[in-house]
Design a protein around this ligand. Structure first.
Ligand SMILES: Cc1cc2nc3c(=O)[nH]c(=O)nc-3n(C[C@H](O)[C@H](O)[C@H](O)COP(=O)(O)O)c2cc1C
Length: 359
């Protein structure tokens, strides 16, 4: 069995180790959703990761409702991201772009329109807008004739990501955002070809994945799921029945790698209502690299890879506060704690690019 520190290929990406930086929204851009030079510095500091998954990046104005997050639907944004990927590549790293349509988890003060979802619903909790925190608003159901346009915005974003120099893309189908809302019966009550049976609920993910593969090639495409329990108000009555066929479908489509965020009721971030249990089953049907996430310590990460439960491990919060995480894991050095107050912008370098490297 390989170790956490051995190289691995995620499709065409040759990663130097199985240590992956999980996607982390940090909201350090401007209102134009264009990446800034500070972001290039931040990602450059973390280039020793085997693979960096970028923060979630909006595929369209409709799909990006988080204040000060970035997008990849126009040329300015592509240019901003190119500066980021250049720095990562100069330092020998690899980086993919997480493609994000937030579905009902947006605010109209940011997107300029009512949120969209599979069916009318309102997410619980609060969102970051330019005016501060706000309650979620009721989403309307996407019309059947609007769905091809949504698929096309994923394709355009994937094309733009490759233009911006990313090594590939990750389709964000986790955490209660649009694609996850379509997968699960708690948020998908449609009576048309995109709702009801599991096959129908998988349809949008299938169409998006096929179209993105058609644009950039399967060797450049990964996907993220968060299969267990409720996440941001999105839940399924029988997750096994959805996520195992979904993983099998991605395998059949040729998707190069799959990442699972498995929170638990005891999680210290984004608690899920059920214990993780699907990854062993998903591993049987998804034969390419499987990346596991959430709450991994050094020992647990080493063990999961050594025992063959995962091919790689992605680290979220540890990457906020330990830019040199690979070295700290290798040499068993202590980790720095991340400061919760500075996780999200708009606050510039503080808690972003100022976490020191180990000496
Ligand atoms: C500040 C912050 C921002 C996050 N942003 C994203 C994101 O943009 N996309 C995503 O899929 N997950 C996001 N997550 C979830 C992380 O990728 C990861 O699943 C989570 O931190 C659990 O892993 P950990 O226990 O290693 O921190 C975010 C988490 C945090 C703490």
């Amino acid at each position: 069995m390989p170790t956490l520190f051995d190289p691995i290929s995620f499709g065409s990406i040759k990663a130097a180790s199985r240590i992956v930086m999980a996607p982390l929204t940090r909201a350090r851009a401007g209102k134009d959703a264009v990446p800034t030079p500070l972001m290039a510095e931040y990602y450059g500091q973390r280039a020793s990761a085997g693979l960096i998954i970028s923060e979630a990046v909006g595929i369209s104005r409709q799909g990006l409702g988080w204040a000060y997050a970035t997008g990849i639907w126009n040329d300015e944004q592509v240019k901003g991201w190119k500066a980021v990927t250049d720095v990562v590549h100069e330092k020998g790293g690899k980086i993919v772009c997480q493609l994000w349509h937030m579905g009902r988890m947006v605010h109209s003060s940011v997107t300029g329109e009512q949120p969209v979802a599979p069916s009318p619903s309102t997410a619980p909790g609060h969102i970051h807008t330019y005016e501060g925190k706000a309650s979620y608003e009721e989403a309307r159901a996407l019309r059947l004739d609007e769905i091809p346009g949504v698929v096309e915005s994923y394709v355009k974003a994937a094309r733009n990501a490759m233009k911006a120099g990313f090594d590939g893309v990750q389709i964000h189908s986790a955490n209660g955002y649009l694609l996850d809302e379509f997968l699960r019966d708690g948020t998908n009550h449609r009576a048309d070809a995109y709702g009801g049976s599991v096959e129908n609920r998988l349809r949008l993910l299938r169409e998006v994945t096929e179209a993105v593969i058609g644009e950039v090639g399967a060797e450049h495409v990964g996907v993220r799921f968060s299969p267990n329990g409720e996440v941001q108000g999105t839940v399924d009555s029988n997750p096994e029945a959805v996520f195992i066929p979904a993983a099998k479908m991605l395998n059949d489509l040729g998707v190069a790698w799959l990442e699972l965020r498995e929170a638990s009721p005891a999680s210290t971030y984004g608690v899920a209502t059920e214990q993780p249990k699907l990854s062993p089953e998903i591993r049987k049907v998804f034969t390419r690299p499987l990346v596991l996430n959430q709450e991994y310590t050094r020992d647990e990460a080493l063990k999961a890879v050594a025992e063959g439960r995962a091919d790689a491990i992605s680290f979220g919060r540890l990457y906020i506060s330990n830019p040199d995480l690979v070295r700290r894991l290798k040499d068993d050095l202590p980790f720095q704690e991340d400061d919760m107050e500075t996780r999200y912008g708009p606050i510039g370098a503080k808690g972003y690019t100022d976490y020191p490297f180990a000496r």
